[in-house]
Design a protein around this ligand. Structure first.
Ligand code: TYD
Ligand code: MG
Length: 465
């Protein structure tokens, strides 16, 4: 196949150069030159050689001209069940035909296991190919066998060249309706000279697979390892190209795993799917509401239980804080599972409006179970956990807390307050500290004392009782 013409384009200013340089000659930015295909090679075997710039970012087919939206036929997207309920939930009710889904997460979290399980089960109805660039065929087959998966219809391919993968997929009979590429970082295109795993290779390989999915209606799962900075390799390039981005989260010590939709063109985001890793692979946890509590039977200093509502389900989650006098002139603020800047802001509010000084203390906050809480409903539980650790006094037994804290010390309501309280009551919580606007009608909860607060100072008083 003829070599395609490539150029190095600055990702900051767009200037192009024929040679790679460490610094862009136009804007002076460092390490921004990335290899691009600018001119197609003569069409060769295996996947075609359409240049990625004709595919566009989203890999959409060429436009049909300007049309009135009312004339566009609105065929509902065709969805198939992955046979794994929690995965269907995160995808917005099943896998959409011809969609491209990126599954990201730390190495070893269970991405390959989940997709192998899903693919093997789905292959009973849909022809499927598992492309492995990391493990050998024997390893994949061995794992599938250990997991007791049906292997009759599942086909695998050990290959990393994207043109060869597409060539194999095009000639496979029956034609695949599903394809997993594990992982995108191992794939490379013969059009580019950059090393596999580099931004340009990852982008070009993904663009080819996206185009393949759209042209053939094959659903494609891409596996992506998360880089140290937390993004999927390449400056978030993949997230723009695919239809859905799912992140797999969890603590290495815990067997629970959370799958979260970060982007979904076909469904809601922030929906959570919960799994438990066992010796038979990943098992669904359809009723996860209390699994993120630490399991300690008595209240501990520095711990607060909150009800978060991620996606459409309420979850009981424990927030832990450790406050310790700091030897540093710039004490540490470390937040695991929460946003660091939010913690700094909350500590400032605690000082100004609660009169509690933590300026000479290291503050560590952790959400139990490796789950990430993005909601502002975590504000009040974080502050009460910090205060509890600072005073070395536990909150009252069976207390649950939620509420957003404003910069002027006001406690703001959060959505679905009553549903959160119900969930806590179901799990035996007897006391709740909640925003006034979220308080239920008197007598709505017989077995639970609901303390409604409007100001941070009231919440601190309630916690000290
Ligand atoms: P894997 O799916 O290979 O992770 P990834 O593809 O995200 O890198 O998962 C590997 C981990 O899962 C490994 O640490 C072992 C564990 N595991 C189990 O505990 N039980 C199992 O049945 C399987 C297959 C894996
Ligand atoms: Mg893997």
């Amino acid at each position: 196949m003829a070599k395609a013409k490539t150029a190095y384009v600055c990702t900051d200013c767009g200037a192009s150069s024929s040679k790679w340089q460490g610094q862009c000659g136009e804007c002076g930015a460092w390490n921004t030159l990335t290899e691009f295909v600018v001119e197609p090679a003569a069409a060769g075997k295996g996947g075609g050689a359409a240049p990625s710039h004709q595919v566009g970012w989203a890999g959409r087919p060429a436009s049909a001209g300007v049309v009135a939206l009312k004339d566009v036929s609105q065929d509902a997207e065709v969805r198939v069940s992955t046979t794994i309920g929690e995965l269907d939930r995160v995808l917005g009710g099943g896998l959409v035909e011809g969609s491209v889904v990126l599954v990201g997460g730390d190495p070893g979290i269970g991405k390959s296991t989940l997709l192998l399980q899903a693919l093997a089960l789905m292959s009973a109805h849909l022809p499927a190919i598992y492309v492995t660039g990391e493990e050998s065929l024997a390893q994949v087959a061995g794992r599938a066998q250990r997991l007791g998966l049906p292997l009759e219809n599942l086909h695998a391919l050990a290959e990393t060249c994207v043109e060869k993968i597409l060539g194999q997929a095009a000639s496979a009979r029956p034609a695949p309706r599903l394809l997993v590429a594990d992982s995108i970082q191992t794939l490379w295109s013969e059009l580019l000279s950059a090393a596999p795993g580099s931004v340009s290779q990852v982008r070009e390989s993904a663009a080819k697979l996206v185009r393949f999915a759209k042209e053939t209606g094959t659903s494609v799962f891409l596996v992506g390892h998360v880089t140290k900075e937390g993004g999927i390799a390449g400056p978030r390039v993949l997230e723009h190209m695919v239809d859905a981005v799912l992140y797999f989260e969890g603590e290495s010590g815990s067997r629970f795993r959370v799958l979260r939709a970060f982007k979904n063109r076909f469904g809601a985001v922030n929906e959570l799917g919960v799994f438990a890793m066992g010796d038979k692979g990943l098992r669904e946890v359809p009723n996860p509401s209390a699994i993120f509590l630490s399991g300690s039977s008595t209240a501990q200093p520095g711990s607060a239980v909150m009800v978060t509502r991620e996606g459409t389900r309420p979850l009981l989650v424990e927030v832990q804080a450790l406050v310790d006098s700091s030897p540093l002139s710039n004490p540490r603020r470390v937040a695991l599972g929460l946003e660091q800047n939010r913690l700094a802001m909350l500590l400032a509010v605690l000082h100004r409006h609660g009169g509690v000084v933590t300026g000479d203390q290291d503050v560590f906050v952790n959400v139990v179970g490796g789950i990430r809480v993005q909601e502002t409903a975590a504000d009040l539980p974080v502050l009460l956990a910090v205060l509890s650790s600072l005073r070395d006094r536990p909150l009252a037994e069976k207390t649950v807390v939620f509420g957003e804290v404003g910069l002027s010390g006001e406690i703001r309501p959060v959505p679905n307050g009553e549903e959160r309280l119900k969930e806590a009551a179901t799990h035996g919580f007897r006391r709740a500290i909640v925003p006034k606007a979220n308080a239920p009608k008197k007598g709505a909860f017989k077995d639970m004392e609901v303390i409604a607060v409007e100001r941070l100072s009231e919440a601190l008083d309630a916690a000290a009782d």
